[in-house]
Design a protein around this ligand. Structure first.
Ligand SMILES: *[C@@H]1O[C@H](CO)[C@@H](O)[C@H](O)[C@H]1NC(C)=O
Ligand SMILES: *[C@@H]1O[C@H](CO)[C@@H](O)[C@H](O)[C@H]1NC(C)=O
Ligand SMILES: *[C@@H]1O[C@H](CO)[C@@H](O)[C@H](O)[C@H]1NC(C)=O
Ligand SMILES: *[C@@H]1O[C@H](CO)[C@@H](O)[C@H](O)[C@H]1NC(C)=O
Ligand SMILES: *[C@@H]1O[C@H](CO)[C@@H](O)[C@H](O)[C@H]1NC(C)=O
Length: 303
């Protein structure tokens, strides 16, 4: 029986090897992939050999998952998560990792108090989430990720990683209801966040706004009146176009869903369909960007 220390060393070699293999793969991507699928299940030595050049196989992924489960070393944990995340860029690996029971193992690392490890686990889950069957396994983590996003240091890497995962978990309507209770807090984060974080929160809210089942929850959320300043003409386009899309989507859903007012004072409904917002839309009809004008024009008749 190898001692824990020996296992650690072998494991570390494995990670270095896999990392190098992935790097070589990326470098040679433009050329013919002549070696595709020919290599047998890798030992640590095999994987550290610079000629290794392929998508990881099941045995290699199993070793990585075992390593992730057994190590307490934060450096190894982080490397294993990065290697698994990179390998999950390939759809075959997304399925293999799920079949090996890897999603709960990776998912458990989002509970790490170490923000760097938490972020890498979220990134790996994000790459895994591109697969519909994987989403069914990942959904158990959605509430936790949402709580984390709302309590993370503002604009931190872990917060952004969590928001990306939530966005990719909401590209279809299947799991959106898991975020129902967080809607008002997400609007709060939208208004408090900067740059990339703001855009990412908007991507998430835009996804929710396409779903008629979420419309009532969105419109009844208590939202600070400063939300309306996002419709000012000088707001960056990547933000302005997204808030307009959000508004458009909600209008479209109201048309099919027949959601019943009254919504409370201070709700998103009272902001979007109040007099101040009418004036903002009228001003945007003359915006210098055609995309902005077009969206404003489709929204205006709803008043
Ligand atoms: C690496 O792989 C090549 C080709 O598969 C082999 O010829 C070479 O001996 C290997 N090197 C080591 C150090 O295992
Ligand atoms: C967090 O993990 C990283 C490596 O993944 C490590 O360098 C760092 O020391 C850890 N921080 C703490 C507080 O344990
Ligand atoms: C995730 O996949 C993308 C490609 O889709 C890749 O660039 C990235 O490095 C992968 N890894 C992680 C940890 O996000
Ligand atoms: C998340 O979803 C977007 C949009 O569907 C996609 O372009 C992106 O590649 C996904 N992210 C990852 C890390 O796969
Ligand atoms: C969700 O957001 C992503 C990223 O912005 C986008 O690619 C996707 O089309 C959106 N899906 C829905 C249903 O809105």
């Amino acid at each position: 029986m190898g001692s824990a220390r020996t296992a650690g060393w072998v494991a570390a070699g494995l990670i270095v090897g896999v990392g190098a293999g992935f790097y070589l793969y990326r470098l040679s991507r433009g050329r013919q992939r002549t070696k595709r699928g020919v290599r047998p299940s890798g030992s640590a030595e095999d994987l550290t050999n610079g000629s290794y050049n392929d998508v990881l196989n099941a045995e290699q992924l199993r070793k990585l998952l075992y390593l992730l489960e057994s190590t307490e070393d934060p450096i190894i944990t982080e490397k294993a998560l990065v290697t698994l995340g990179n390998s999950a860029a390939f759809s075959t690996n997304q399925a293999i990792i799920r079949e090996l029971g890897g999603i709960p193992i990776i998912g458990s690392k989002i509970n790490s108090p170490n923000h760097s490890i938490k972020e890498k686990a979220l990134n790996a889950l994000n790459n895994l989430s591109v697969n519909v069957e994987n989403q069914i396994k990942i959904k158990v983590f959605v509430s936790r990720v949402c709580e984390d996003v709302l309590s993370s240091p503002p604009d931190s890497a872990a917060q952004l990683a969590g928001l990306r995962l939530l966005t990719n978990m909401t590209v279809t309507n299947a799991h959106q209801h898991l975020l129902s209770t967080a809607v008002a807090d997400l609007f709060g984060l939208l208004l408090a966040a900067n740059g990339n974080t703001k855009v990412q929160v908007l991507k998430l809210l835009v996804n929710l706004s396409e779903n008629p089942a979420m419309t009532e929850g969105l419109l009844s959320a208590q939202v600070d009146a400063s939300f309306l300043s996002l419709f000012d003409g000088h707001v960056a386009q990547e933000i302005l176009l997204r808030v307009l899309t959000l508004f458009q989507n909600i209008n479209n859903c109201l048309r099919v869903e027949a959601v019943q007012p009254p919504f409370p004072e201070g709700s998103l409904f009272s902001l979007l369909y109040g007099e101040e917002c009418v004036q903002k839309m009228k001003a945007l009809v003359n915006h210098h960007e055609v995309d902005v004008r077009e969206k404003a024009v489709t929204i205006i008749p709803k008043f």
